[in-house]
Design a protein around this ligand. Structure first.
Ligand code: NAI
Ligand code: MG
Length: 358
């Protein structure tokens, strides 16, 4: 087909973020060669190290420098000495909000060969296996700046934080989830807590129900988050698409990734579905200070995230090849990192994936 060339902004960040981005770009280049796709990378040193040296996670015009890239690939941010809420609110949250990346997409599957904690969790490419996607609302909800702290240090001290849900915000995330389900197994579970949270959650339920009418081919149900969480552990293969608010989706996707065996494999996309702005792809894991610098980080979460990026850029067959290469590599059981029960390093596991793509 026609040649495609994309400009990608790379933000490796901190800790193992810097170790998993080179494997991801190597895989992009390899799979790109097979599909007439090439990438030009611009690297940015935005990180806690930069914060320590210059007092900010990114320059004042940082967002303008990456606004016209086709996509952003991020490793992980967070390091001791910089409070986690500073690194999050000065880098990731501005990118997600300014670029209207209101969908946080987190596919979760069980791979044959990954020793998961649950005996009942069968591989996702078999009948009745675990293969689900958490669609997390990524721009509003519980992650709000509305509120404050009063009477600091006094006996009467109090903290208030208001969740913000809008009709436009809930509608668009529900639409994304229902539409995604039409291309999967046709089922949506909406996470709620409308028995206890009496204003925002009944509103969420009403808006989701009204959007469901536009997707008559999709079956859906609403479930309270507590029972839903239990079911993710007890019967994970019963889920196809789960749509959830910002906080509930964050917790559920880590839970589901743990059920699948390793946080080191889990990928995510922060999507601007309208494509007015670049979308951002990043592994779910953090900077892992406990293993950083040792060359043992699992690169598969970053590599799969690059695969999601290929699909988003309009090359789903290339994205599928990346996932297949990950699946085959893990199944062979030969070159796994320690988190997967093996002894291989980051480079060795990366080479094994690359061999399957060449
Ligand atoms: P973490 O994900 O960095 O580490 C949790 C555990 O999982 C650690 O034992 C780590 O060694 C292991 N682990 C994580 N990724 C791995 C990989 N690819 N291969 C092998 N083992 C892996 O979470 P933690 O410890 O809560 O956070 C560390 C720092 O990362 C904090 O500063 C936190 O704020 C930040 N963070 C950043 C995120 C992001 O950039 N989106 C997401 C989560 C945490
Ligand atoms: Mg999280």
């Amino acid at each position: 087909g026609a040649a495609h060339r994309y400009r990608i902004a790379l933000i490796p960040g901190d800790g193992i973020g810097r170790e998993v981005i080179p494997p991801a770009t190597a895989v992009l280049d390899a799979v790109g060669r097979r599909h007439g796709v090439t990438f030009a990378y611009d690297g940015f040193d935005w990180s806690c190290e930069r914060y320590a040296a210059e007092g900010s996670m990114m320059p004042a015009d940082g967002l303008d420098r990456i606004r016209r890239h086709d996509a952003i690939l991020l490793g992980a941010v967070g390091w001791q000495g910089v409070p986690d809420h500073v690194s999050l609110w000065q880098l990731l949250i501005p990118i997600r909000r300014e670029f209207a990346q209101y969908v946080n997409l987190r596919p979760i599957t069980v791979f044959e060969g990954v020793p998961g904690p649950l005996r009942a969790a069968r591989p996702g490419d078999t009948d009745g296996g675990v293969d689900l996607v958490v669609v997390r609302e990524n721009s509003e909800g519980e992650y709000s700046e509305v509120g404050g702290r009063f009477g600091r240090g006094t006996a009467g001290e109090l903290a208030l934080q208001e969740a913000v849900f809008t009709r436009a915000g809930v509608s668009r995330i529900a639409d994304y989830a229902f539409d995604l389900a039409t291309r999967r197994r046709g089922h949506v579970t909406s996470a709620t807590k409308s028995n206890g949270i009496v204003h925002t959650m009944p509103f969420w339920d009403e808006v989701v129900a009204s959007r469901a009418e536009a997707f008559p081919g999709v079956r859906w149900r609403s479930e309270h988050i507590d029972a839903l969480a239990a079911k993710v552990v007890l019967d994970p293969s019963s889920f196809d698409v789960i749509v959830a608010s910002n906080l509930m989706g964050d917790i559920l996707s880590d839970l589901a990734a743990a059920v699948a065996g390793s946080i080191g494999i889990a990928p995510s996309g922060n999507l601007n579905p309208e494509r007015e702005y670049p979308s951002m792809f990043e592994p779910v894991h953090g900077s892992a200070p406990d293993i950083a610098g040792k060359g043992v980080a699992n690169p598969l979460g970053a590599i799969w995230s690059a695969g999601l990026m290929l699909t988003h850029l309009g090359h789903p067959e290339a994205g599928d090849e990346v996932l297949a290469a990950i699946r085959d590599t893990v199944r062979s059981g030969k070159t796994l990192t320690r988190d997967l029960g093996g002894t291989a390093g980051t480079d060795e596991l990366t080479r094994a994936v690359l061999e399957r793509l060449s």
